[in-house]
Design a protein around this ligand. Sequence first.
Ligand code: GDP
Length: 429
Amino acid sequence: MVKAVVGANWGDEGKGKITDMMAENADIIIRFQGGANAGHTIINEYGKFALHTLPSGVFYKHTTSIIGNGVALNIPVLFEEVKSITEKGVPAPKLLVSDRAQIVMPYHILFDQYEEERLAGKSFGSTKSGIAPFYSDKYAKIGIQVSDLFDEKLLLEKLQKVCELKNVMLEHLYHKPLLKAEELLVTLREYKRMVEPYVCDVSLYLHKALKEGKTILLEGQLGTLKDTDHGIYPMVTSSSTLAAYGAIGAGIPPYEIKQIVTVCKAYSSAVGAGAFVSEIFGEEADELRRRGGDGGEYGATTGRPRRMGWFDCVASKYGCRLQGTTDVAFTVLDVLGYLDEIPVCVGYEIDGEVTTDFPVTYKLERAKPVLQTLPGWKSDIRGIRKYEDLPENCRNYIEFIERQIKYPITMVSNGPGREDIIYRESSLK
Ligand code: GDP
């Protein structure tokens, strides 16, 4: 059986924690899209970790961690990350890398930087991890697959073709040093040495695992609103963040995905540019940012302060719908315990009309939040394990949001640890 853990919003919803928690009862955890451009923060008995490429199940001895074909694979970053966790006493993960995954090349990272420089103030707020140039090349069919590392003659030919194209841009658009195929080949030989022991025909491996009744977790990166097609284009990421893409990015039949856990944070945060209707500013935002997540809302990859906002029912309902949500995991609720009153965005006013359906980008830019204020619970809810033990106003907040988004909230996370979870029966299930 396959389960997916994905985000409803702009990312940073706490997917890492939920995946780490669900991995206890899984055999295989697989990353199916994105690259080292975002991070998951996980806290467990080994310490606190920011993972960028490794799936969040790497901390268990019984799990196999897989990098699927849909991932933008930065090989040195992956192995640095393996080193960083084993140095802290985590047993070496059982790791497999799809032979069809494509490689983030050093020039992808350079092109990302050069393009941000060129756009200056008008940039997309890229993390400069090479993700957009990587996916552009993948779909332009000039990407390098892991399997290409094993045929040097063909590889050199491919690199020569790439250099021809890239060097035109480097010379005339960016005015930067040119690429040499032979030098890239030396780098790729090193990459091959690193990755070789882990290379696997992942879709075949998963096919067999499914026949054996294994449980597979698909771990998404970012959230619906950053999806290339369904997000706030063009302020999106360059791969699909939807559970449906898990089938492609891992290589499994779509009908095998039986449970889709969509992670929704109890308030909003976003990184990078783009419309953010329920955004708040000033001291109100600073306080939520300071108290948010675990140790503040700052990017796990970049350290950038995240933009903050109230819970957005319009964006989250849409986010859950596009994911095909079977369960909502409602996270970081404990953080809101300091507020007397909690505003929630229940609609968007666009050109004088109120809607609860998430619009396309140009309308989104004009949307103003319709806020409804709920009473706070003014207490620390960490450590509570039973739903009925939560303060009444806290339960009212959860149930109000569930009625707005119309997807069942079956898990409530009230702390960063694995054990900080409350399971709940929902009338919507
Ligand atoms: P991801 O990219 O979706 O995995 O999210 P991040 O890891 O970037 O951000 C989530 C942050 O919130 C991390 O620092 C987590 O440790 C923390 N976190 C997750 N769930 C909870 C929760 O229920 N309460 C609190 N206080 N922090 C949480």
